[in-house]
Ligand binder design. Sequence first.
Ligand SMILES: [Zn+2]
Length: 279
Amino acid sequence: MTTLAMVVLPLLALTTPDALTPELTQDTVRTAGSNEPNSAGNAVPNQVRTIVLDAGHGGKDPGTHGRYAKEKTINLALILQLGRKIKNKHPDVRVIYTRSTDHFVDLYERGAIANRSRADLFISIHCNASPSSNRVYGTETYTLGLHRTQSNLDVARRENAVILQEKNYQQTYKGFNPNSPLATIMLANYQNAFMASSINFAEKVERSFRQNAERKSNGVKQAGFIVLWKTTMPSVLIESGYLTNPAEEDYLRSDDGQEAISEAIFKAFERYKQEIETD
Ligand SMILES: [Zn+2]
């Protein structure tokens, strides 16, 4: 994800209704509107049984690049290594990839895959770029931004109204009215529910980069990433380093670098899993 893209994405989101319409399944509506226990999907997980791993970009979309490395290739290598580590040590955890080869997947489909799988955690891996300086380096882990919440809700409520035009709207949404004040409250509850867990995991990732991979951590940040917007579980987007920094490009492309990065994320995953499952 380039710095430019981070600026453009929120703007783009405002003009892309499809990308912003929250996943309002029957379960979403039912769980949000009642006091059902958290064991169902679309609630804060207390177990990590299913994880969706998302390698950013792919196919016709290469992402950013360095002198020779393409982001999509590094993202895929890292995500596959992470998935293998999880499967090896935790065979009970279901690992689902949004892509496991070099092909294009729509942004909204990535979140939709996680929602359909009733995933307990969504991890999207990217590489960063700094157009202004090749000296910038280090890692960042993003969650959907707190500061974006009000505008997110405003846009989501407006875009939700499109379901009224759907053929089977009443059957699909069981009378859910996106124009009602209750809809706003329900959506707000969702965001709050996953924000704390997302930040918790993001902090573990950044700490692990520092402690286990001796990386420079630029910290946990927030922004309006479309790929995180639709997910109904704790979700993070990891910027694993800057391809515009020649030393970091070499590191990101090296076997040792990829092993260290995927291992650091894996250790954060283990710590997070253990923490929420012993609470
Ligand atoms: Zn990217």
